[in-house]
Every structure is written in structure tokens, then in C-alpha cells.
Design a protein around this ligand. Structure first.
Ligand SMILES: [Zn+2]
Length: 435
């Protein structure tokens, strides 16, 4: 295996842990910002590092279409291409293709779909999705699955779940036969341009969950190093796990049926993966149903493996699911909401476009330490948004990501103390989130 997962502290269901990947050590539970086309929209990589992002997500469907897998592979994979030193996870393309609706055709062999860019026809199979993800070179890659639509009848949910199980076996077979083709198989390659890979994530520095202990050596190393120093390979590679290959995670499907979810979990575990994801949720079902399916599916997943809930959620949801024992989550909400002027703060949601902020000299969130809240007023942020300035999107996104990442850090800290983190009542993040 190319990851190593250890649990540091577990209370009832929640747990904190450490996930070692070839490019980074990740404190869990973790929130993963979404960088669809090898870019977290509006946020440069050095700012992501400053915010404490430990792992980001890339979308295989988008990167396959543009710039193309071969281009990325030649640049050393996504890490080299986008100059990102920490961990990356790519999805399999299954969910993105599922989202194309009218533009796709599913068969046992795979999915034929049309590009949203130019209408050209393409085909993804479990094998080609693995080939693409190996070329992109993320630390963690995902089995090719079929996301069942909601609502779906019993026959459809079963057929879809069984197809996902067969595709999972094909994904693993191809991956095992080709994993040595990853662009950084001889160890993570240093980018020519990034001198600060030893910078310690704020989350790791501040956590009291034990992760900081392991970073002390790296922190000492970086302390005496000139900022402009060009890294050596060994420095670029730390901290890592011993075997430098990717890891392939399986995905549990089964629609909104608890029995099918159990069967999907058992069949996926039987194939055997170093981590398991719960897919096919947040597809339009009521939130209570999402929670019910997550809770029941978790009962069937191995406790000693990382558990990843895909595409979730609001600030309250990421806290809720971390408390249920989910280790990894991703969602476009903080970045997408930011671009629509919707900001998450310790005092609840702020719609910065509102005229009431036009004369407001206070910070966006008085309890936030991010560079936006430290420097700019609500009045200025409102003005930027009203003027349709690019900087509005940049600053809003930086704050929202900071809020999510800091929230997860607080969750880890609470779990390490044997407590359960909760937002203050009335934060109301879940209401009026339609963008
Ligand atoms: Zn802030």
C-alpha cells in the first residue's frame, strides 16, 4: 500500500487520525478543497498552503478533456503541473459523467459521453478511468463507479450497485497491473519553481491532536532555511510513506437503500481497498436521508481504514459527519458560495452583496484569523462584489476556505479532548443555501 492510516484518538464514533500519503501527512478528519481543473478557483497554491490545506481534489473528467492527461503526465503529474507539494486526490470521472445527464450512455463496458466543452464524443471505462488517474498522478485515486440518480426504483438501485461492484473489480485489476506507471514512481519530483514545500500547514502546527509532534523536525529544518532556497529531493519528499505509489479507494453505492448499501460495502471490501468512500449522496435527497444512509453505511466499513464521504457538505454537515466517524470530505460549497457572495462566519452566513454592509467598517468575521478578515472591512468586500471585481471572488474564497479548514481543525481538537464540536445554535448554515 502507498498510504498509512493510524487512528490517534477515538471517542464513541468520531476519531482523529493521521493519513500518510506519498506527498503529505494529513491530519484527519480533513476537508479537501476542490480544484476541479487543477486550480482551486481564485486561490493561488501558496495561499492554499498558508490556509493549511493538506490535500486538494482534482476532477479527472475536466482534466482529461483539458489540458489532457498526457500533458499533465509529462509535467510530472498534477503535482508538478500545478506546483502543489501536498497531497492530491482525483475522482474517477464517474460522478462528473453522471452529471451530464442527456450527454451520456451507460453500458457494461463503460460510459460514452459528450464533452461539455465542444460536444465531442468520449468513452470512460474502469480501465481508461484508471489509466487517466495514473497519468494525473494524484496520491489517492478513486474506482470508477456509477452514481445512482435520485429518486430511483429498487431494480434500478440494485443494477447500478452491482455494476459499480463489477467496475470496482476491473478498476483494481487495471490499477494493480499499471500502478508503477505513475509519473513520480521514483519518488515525488520537486517542481523547479516552488521553494517552500517544507512550510508546515497551520492546521498541523496548531493541532493538539498529536500531529504537530511529527512535524517538529521539518519545522526546525525549515526555520534555518532561506525562503528562496531551492529544495533538495529528500526535503521535497518529506513527510511520506515508504512505498511511492498511488492508492486506489473503493466506492460504496446502493442508492438510498440501507440493505443495498450494506451489500455494496461487503462486496467492495471483499475486493479489498486501502480506503473506502461513500458515494451517491447529496444528489437531491433530503438531508435526513443522507445522514441515515451515511450512518448505516459506516457500520459496515472497516474501522482501521480511512472513510471518505464524497461531495458533502455545509459547515454543519462536515462537523456532523466528522462526529459520526467520517475521515475525509470534499465539497464545492465553500468556493462556489464565495463566488456568489455567500460567506460562512462564526456568527452565521453573510450575504456580502446586501446594502446593509455598504458602510460596515468591521471585519467579515471578528473571530477569523484569515488574511481577509485581518485586513479588509465588510464595506470594502461589499464594494468589490458590487463592482464585480475579480478580487471579490479571490478574497471571498480565501475566507470561506479558511472557515472550513479552521472548522475541521477545531473538530480534530475537540475529538482529541474527548469532546464533540458543535456550532453555536442559530448559526443557521443550512438555510437558504440555494445559490
Ligand atoms: Zn476570514
Amino acid at each position: 500500500m502507498a498510504i498509512d492510516f493510524s487512528i490517534r484518538k477515538a471517542n464513541s464514533r468520531a476519531r482523529t487520525g493521521r493519513l500518510l500519503t506519498p506527498h503529505a501527512e494529513i491530519a484527519t478528519p480533513v476537508f479537501m478543497p476542490v480544484g476541479t481543473v487543477a486550480s482551486v478557483k481564485g486561490v493561488p497554491q501558496d495561499t492554499l498552503e498558508e490556509l493549511g490545506a493538506q490535500v486538494i481534489l482534482g476532477n479527472t473528467y475536466h482534466l482529461y478533456l483539458r489540458p489532457g492527461v498526457e500533458t499533465v503526465r509529462r509535467m510530472g503529474g498534477l503535482h508538478g503541473f500545478m506546483s502543489w507539494r501536498r497531497a492530491i486526490l482525483t475522482d474517477s470521472g464517474g460522478f462528473q459523467v453522471f452529471s451530464l445527464n442527456e450527454l451520456r450512455k451507460v453500458s457494461e463496458a463503460g460510459v460514452t459521453f459528450r464533452s461539455h466543452l465542444d460536444g465531442s464524443s468520449h468513452f470512460f471505462s474502469p480501465e481508461s478511468a484508471m489509466e487517466a488517474q495514473i497519468g494525473l498522478g494524484a496520491d489517492i485515486i478513486m474506482a470508477f463507479d456509477e452514481c445512482t440518480e435520485y429518486p430511483a426504483d429498487q431494480v434500478r438501485m440494485r443494477e447500478s450497485m452491482e455494476m459499480t461492484a463489477r467496475w470496482a473489480a476491473r478498476s483494481k485489476k487495471y490499477f494493480e497491473e499499471h500502478k508503477q506507471e505513475v509519473p513520480w514512481k521514483n519518488g515525488p519530483q520537486p517542481s523547479a519553481f516552488s521553494p517552500q514545500q517544507n512550510q508546515i500547514p497551520r492546521s498541523a502546527r496548531n493541532d493538539n491532536d498529536g500531529a504537530s509532534r511529527d512535524d517538529s523536525a521539518a519545522e526546525l529544518r525549515s526555520a534555518g532555511q532561506p525562503r528562496a532556497a531551492v529544495p533538495t529531493l529528500s526535503e521535497a519528499a518529506a513527510p511520506t510513506c515508504s512505498e511511492q505509489t498511488q492508492s486506489l479507494f473503493g466506492i460504496v453505492q446502493g442508492g438510498m437503500d440501507r440493505v443495498l448499501r450494506k451489500e455494496s460495502a461487503e462486496r467492495t471490501i471483499e475486493i479489498g481497498f486501502p480506503g473506502y468512500a461513500i458515494g451517491g449522496l447529496s444528489v437531491g435527497e433530503p438531508r435526513e436521508l443522507t445522514r441515515e444512509i451515511v450512518e448505516s453505511t459506516l457500520e459496515h466499513l472497516p474501522k482501521d481504514k480511512p472513510r471518505y464521504l464524497m461531495g458533502v457538505g455545509t459547515p454543519e454537515e462536515i462537523v456532523e459527519y466528522a462526529n459520526l466517524g467520517i475521515d475525509m470530505m470534499d465539497c464545492v460549497l465553500p468556493t462556489r458560495a464565495a463566488r456568489h457572495g455567500l460567506l460562512f462566519t462564526s456568527e452565521g452566513k453573510v450575504s456580502i452583496k446586501q446594502a446593509r454592509y455598504a458602510q460596515d467598517q468591521g471585519p467579515l468575521d471578528p473571530n477569523c484569523g484569515c488574511r481577509v478578515c485581518q485586513r479588509y472591512s465588510r464595506a470594502y468586500l461589499r464594494h468589490l462584489y458590487a463592482s464585480n471585481e475579480v478580487l471579490a471572488q479571490v478574497l471571498n474564497t480565501i475566507h470561506n476556505l479558511s472557515f472550513y479548514l479552521d472548522t475541521m481543525q477545531r473538530v480534530r481538537h475537540s475529538i482529541s479532548l474527548g469532546e464533540e464540536y458543535r456550532f453555536l445554535p442559530g448559526a443557521g448554515f443550512d438555510r437558504d443555501l440555494e445559490l
